[in-house]
Design a protein around this ligand. Structure first.
Ligand code: ZN
Length: 195
């Protein structure tokens, strides 16, 4: 087998955070992607890359310099775990530093006290698994994030009943397929893909 058969990449499809790129039936989810049920989505802005041999789909970000995360940085990531007082976020991109994949030691955390400027009783009313969120880094020692701010919060979310992409409807989200209404701490950039 020659080298061309082993790795066949396609980098012509341009995607943004939250975009659907394939299914777990077809592919393994590689760098720069996350899985929502059986669907693979992009975590960053870039091009789709498919390794035919390992059947891995990943996203090649637009820049080539590995970024450092600093306090005050705006990041975009996916909610990978929900606990009672903390939402854990896998960081996919840093604003203004390119969107190349990079290594973090575990997920970053949004504590219930850092969601917004008012009291949050139930974190499940603010975030849900697989949401794409935009957040600001407030502590790099233990990777703490905040979503307090107009443009910060959920950028893309999926229906908890039918997994369709939810659409903004005033200050709530509505499912265009099944009509379910859900609440989130929304970014003013919801649905735009803007970082
Ligand atoms: Zn639905």
């Amino acid at each position: 087998m020659d080298a061309e058969d082993e790795v066949n990449t396609e980098e012509s499809v341009f995607v943004m955070p939250g975009d659907f790129v394939g299914t777990t039936e077809e592919f393994r989810a590689g760098n720069g992607t996350y899985v929502n049920v059986a669907d693979i989505h992009s975590l960053s802005t870039g091009y789709v890359k498919i390794d035919r041999k390992s059947r891995t789909i990943s996203i090649v970000p637009q820049t080539s310099t590995p970024p450092q995360i600093n306090e005050g940085d705006i990041i975009v990531g996916s909610v990978v775990n929900m606990r009672e007082s903390v939402a854990l976020v896998e960081i996919g991109a840093i604003k203004g530093k390119g969107e190349r994949e990079f290594q973090t030691n575990g997920a970053a955390a949004i504590h219930v006290s850092n969601v917004k400027d008012s009291y949050v009783k139930n974190l499940g009313q603010e975030f849900s698994l697989s949401d794409v969120v935009k957040a600001k880094v407030i502590n790099t020692q233990n990777m703490r994030l905040t979503t307090d701010g107009k443009t910060l919060g959920v950028m893309k979310a999926f229906c908890s009943r039918c997994h369709s992409g939810l659409e903004k409807d005033d200050d709530r989200l509505k499912c265009p397929e099944c009509g379910r209404v859900e609440k989130r701490k929304l970014s003013s950039d919801y649905g735009t893909g803007l970082i």
